[in-house]
Ligand binder design. Sequence first.
Ligand code: SF4
Ligand code: SF4
Length: 625
Amino acid sequence: MNIINKTAKISAALLTGNEAIAAGAYKAGVHVATGYPGTPSSEILPYLARFNNTIVNWSINEKTALEIAIGASIGYKRSMFTTKHVGLNVASDPLMTLAITGVRGGIVIVTADDPAMHSSQNEQDNRFYSKFAKVPMFEPSDSNECFEFTYEAFEISERFDTPVIIRTTTRISHSKSIVHIEPAYLPNMNSNLENKKFLPKKKPYIKDIEKFVMAPVYARKRHKIAIERLKKLQEFSNNSGINKIEYNSLDFGAITSGISYQYVKEIAPFASVLKLPFSYPLPDLLVKEFVKRVKSVIIVEELEPFIQNEISSIGINLMGKEFFNRFGELTPDMVKEGLISAGFIKKYDNKSSGKLQGKGGLSKLDSLLEKLPQRLPALCSGCPHTSVFYALKKLRVPVMGDIGCYTLGALPPLNAMDSCISMGLAFGAAQGLSLSNSSPKKIAGIMGDSTFFHSGITSLIDAKYNNACFTAIILDNSTTAMTGGQDHPGTGKNLSPGKVVSNKIDIKRVVEGIGIDEIYIIDPYNYNVVYKTLKKALSSKNLNVIITKRPCILYPVKIDLGKKFKILEGCNGCNLCMQIGCPSILNSDNFLDNNKPIPFIDSSCIGCSICKDICVFNFIEEIKS
Ligand code: SF4
Ligand code: SF4
């Protein structure tokens, strides 16, 4: 965070969208904030944890996180739940009913979508959740709007008795832009500030079963209330001034929201724009006014035709998705090309920002990427998961995988994972595969420690309950590595030190508690033990669990074991060591007589010694100083 001017009453601070959301929530007096890490949402809670007077915690999964937020709201406190897009699927059960109970303290749900799947298994457009649940939604276009609309979302939540969704995308969450903010709402500058904006005066707890017990008799009434609420929200959407028309040329106009608004302003600064930061419910009257005054109107939005469908539902058919992809991110070049194809701007219109770059529909970025050599992502040098995947590959068993860094075990050269579909799927899928007619006898399911806590526990209980037989592998590296090293129940730490005491949950004791007797705990840096243990466990007639224990080499601190390994002269070029995919082992420019390249180990080696065990010819050894 860069503070550009901290002396004025209003500072100009350079914040990411995620930081600005945290600051907005703090300004609104959020009391409890929960979530599960997931790119691109992960930075919101750690930033919020830097403020005083707020309880900020990682939860075991998104469903539990939202449930905690709901409980705090029932206790009259403002609460916030943050997630990446797929996490809202996990929390959708409480969301759909929260939508009809409404709230006491305001509830804001932040969903950070990931168009182009930079770090996700799918590309869903979570704007549909607002319509599905009948709850209002904000789509900020920059960090300042993230700050202002988060504050506003809490106000609206209480005013209309509804949870409010803030939907961002990767570009909004991770890009920095100027936020006009009171210094008191920046971390480390507010130690004496008691945020009293929403501190309910110790309200006595009041039971209200008609509002919060959704038995059919009450749920039917609440559903009608939620539908009535939508009408009031639509009125607000039309009249609050949050959605607004920026008139310019009356020949050409665009209706847009989120990051697409920035691209439209860059590419077609001469156009009139109907900007929809409060995109659900649709401001129908504003749309009608806009299309009445502006001759040609197009809808510019990323991913699905959400706004287009809403506008068409009020009987207005406009162009939109015919000219823009329904997948991936939009870029300024793509917006430009879409507007040219739709006939809204001429190919080399000098009022727009320069000539169209790329050829045949390729954006500037795509053209550059085309020229770069392809490189697959790989596990880190010394990653403790390496030996497990190499052994699984050798054992040739089907491996039901999961979501985490270790998904990279599916890629060459390891090629040791057969599925990766959703969080916590591995053990359920392993049980299912074992029930299929085509199932081989030996099957493995594999997931990390954070994923095990998130949603692996339940499927392991199910496997025991239903007498399944497979090997469940839990890669315990004591962190949530893929999203940047967040804590979880197995680490015994959380985000608000001193405010909430965390207890460390022992995975082995959880597994024992399920009633599984065959448990192996091994060090993944000992490849021979890994291989032998896997072989034994896979041959067992019982459901069994292998827990590999070694900290991630990046989080919470970067590990270097202080050793370096080298490949000795005489190496026969068999290529075995290259098969573990350690980025420190590379092919040199030297070749043997039989044309096989001779590998070498570069200085990025952290000294895990896995490759030493892999080279059965003993041509790898530690460098002695
Ligand atoms: S010891 Fe071998 S496997 Fe481990 S980091 Fe070094 S080169 Fe990679
Ligand atoms: S495994 Fe051993 S013999 Fe084979 S290429 Fe690597 S160092 Fe050389």
